[in-house]
Write a protein that binds this ligand. Sequence first.
Ligand SMILES: Nc1ncnc2c1ncn2[C@@H]1O[C@H](COP(=O)(O)OP(=O)(O)O)[C@@H](O)[C@H]1O
Ligand SMILES: [Mg+2]
Length: 303
Amino acid sequence: MSEAMVQADGLVKIYKTRETEVLALQGLDLTVETGELTAIIGNSGSGKSTFLNMIGGLDRPSAGKLMVDGRNLFAMTEKELIRYKRDTVGFVWQNNGRNLVPYLSVLENIMLPMQFAHAGKRKARALELLDLVGLPDKRQSRMNTLSGGEQQRVAIAIALANSPKLLLADEPTGSVDARTADYIFDIFRELNSQGQTVLIVTHDVALSRKVKRVVAIRDGKISSERILRQSYADRLKESDIDWRSEETQEEYAILDRAGRVQIPREMLDELKLNDSRLRVRIRDGEVVLSAPEDEISVRERVR
Ligand SMILES: Nc1ncnc2c1ncn2[C@@H]1O[C@H](COP(=O)(O)OP(=O)(O)O)[C@@H](O)[C@H]1O
Ligand SMILES: [Mg+2]
């Protein structure tokens, strides 16, 4: 088995403000294998960005452990962390204001992060990346003359400049139209087919249905996981599939290290429980959850 690219163990993040404490991550466990493309979905405020920022070395947890590429992120010195951010991870944001320089050309922007490479190599690499994101004609254009989608593609090239082992993208298609979003997602898929490990946070349901593995975060924990059905895996380019509504993936609940599973609300409603007790039994090799029957209520028992 290859070594996991990301191994998160019981990550906890508490944001303290003057009045309140926000529990952004509540013991998050996740493993991402090398070479995987994984999407993270979840409601706004569920902790997706907090988690991605931690992997990107931009934030530290309140508790827990995070291994990336075999290294313990929270045992790194400042110097090691700087090198990690430059060489091991590449980051694409929804709005890339913070890594694009408006008055430089596209080519200059892509060469910028490659400070330590030989000048000739920098240019060759930048041109190669421009090809990869489909913008070879824009090399001399200034950033501020590009459309939002084009800027986003340049941002992907920049994130890849130092050949990071792990590419992170936080809602990279959040501010572009559906067609551009599709195009951008295809770039991530193409990169992945060449071996790039990619972790993408997305709100886009249709796009997430084309991904082999989607993990859902709820309240700062991975709650479920969806895996692309084999029958769809070879049909990603077909346009007659309605990716928004077809059930392209199988959904699984996630068992945490303590043996806990989060049961979806709709299923719990089916049980019509009076309180939080339920029966757990094995029947024909399956675990069955049901409402307690024929039991005296707790109040009676106490009497
Ligand atoms: N710097 C911060 N200070 C205080 N609270 C924060 C900070 N960053 C995020 N949060 C809170 O943490 C929770 C998770 O946020 P975030 O990771 O951004 O969620 P998501 O990306 O899934 O929308 C939210 O309740 C958010 O308000
Ligand atoms: Mg976010």
